[in-house]
Design a protein around this ligand. Structure first.
Ligand code: MEV
Length: 337
């Protein structure tokens, strides 16, 4: 049996606009999805995923009963996150030219599903890594990130950038602009994450922004403005000392851009009342900046605050179900003993 894990992520800046070729800066955080894969003697796939649904369940498919989960089952499964596991198995089979490879797969995750923390990307990255290693042919990091992107792209009906999967594969802070993906150095950014207990539908949210952008010139300009603020954020980060604690000036400059980014995402219709309320609670508690992270619609916000004030304020905010400090995860995908 082979066990791999991959981190979740928050977006410092740039979600949604990255889908249209603007740059984005996601940062991996120390919350991980862990996938174990054990090769089977037949061509079936058995997935046990206690953390990918409320009740936890096991699904088995393939072999004589047919190839991949049938459409209706698959629809429910995609919602529960198993669709991502299936797409990861397909990518592993394709990469190694072993279309009939069967696996018992178990997924465990401490990243809330669909909440903007990269749960699906982490599952896909760890799943492809575990399955290919289990067959004795691990992929290099670049191919792994590319395969994971293709898996997410398929499950999300062609609506995915490379940002989430590249970040979860590589770890650290990364910069993604179209196909140009690389790691960047940053100071130790003090992230606080607030979670409203809900989730957004990434496909629908991305489609909503696409429609606005096609219909209204000012929505297209809003997307470009997000790209401009990401470029400004990059300049600020490039002048900072990597690995050090950030200065107060750096935190306020980055925080201002985060606030601005949230405003533009709100204008594009991807925030929600609960996300806005958590953002305001964090700002009022003295956070340098706060914004939604990921696709939006519900889920998580990320705030920048080195003190404990934001955590305490969010803990007493009605809309906030969970709050935690998120360390930057330096490791991307890795093998677990
Ligand atoms: C979702 O975590 C981030 C989006 O930008 C979609 C994507 O980049 O694939 C909304």
């Amino acid at each position: 049996m082979t066990v791999s894990s991959a981190p979740g992520k928050v977006y410092l800046f740039g979600e949604h606009a990255v889908v249209y070729g603007e740059p984005a800066i996601p940062c991996a955080i120390e919350r991980r999805a862990t996938v174990s894969a054990e090769a089977r003697d037949d061509d079936r796939v058995r997935v046990t995923a206690p953390d990918l649904s409320l009740d936890g369940f096991t699904v088995e498919y393939g072999g004589d009963g047919g190839g991949r989960p049938d459409v209706n089952v698959a629809k429910g499964l995609v919602e529960a996150g198993i669709g991502y596991v299936d797409a990861a198995v397909e990518q592993a089979r394709d990469a190694l030219d072993r279309p009939n490879a069967g696996f018992d797969v178990t997924v465990e995750s401490d990243i809330p599903l669909g909440a903007g923390l990269g749960s699906s990307a982490a599952v896909v990255v760890a799943g492809i890594d575990a399955a290919t290693r289990e067959l004795g042919h691990p992929l290099d990091a670049a191919e792994l990130a590319d395969r994971a992107y293709r898996a997410e792209h398929e499950v999300q009906d062609g609506q995915a950038s490379r940002a989430d999967t590249f970040c979860c594969a590589m770890g650290g802070a990364v910069r993604v602009e179209g196909d140009d993906c690389r790691r960047i150095e940053t100071p130790n950014l003090p992230f606080v994450v607030g979670f409203d207990g809900g989730a957004g539908d990434t496909g629908k949210l991305v489609a909503g922004v696409r429609e606005l952008r096609e219909e209204y010139g000012f929505a297209a300009e809003t997307v470009e403005n997000i790209g401009d603020l990401v470029r400004r954020g990059e300049e600020i980060l490039a002048d900072a000392d990597p690995g050090d604690d950030p200065t107060a000036d750096l935190l306020s400059e980055l925080g201002l851009l985060m606030d601005f980014d949230h405003g533009l995402l709100e204008a594009l219709g991807v925030s929600s009342r609960t996300l806005d309320n958590m953002v305001w609670a964090a700002r009022e508690a003295g956070a340098h900046g706060a914004k939604l992270t990921g696709a939006g619609g519900g889920g998580c916000i990320v705030a920048l605050d080195a003190t404990r004030e934001t955590e305490t304020a969010l803990r007493y905010t009605a809309e906030c179900e969970d709050v935690f400090r998120a360390e930057l995860a330096h490791d991307g995908v890795r093998v677990e003993e």
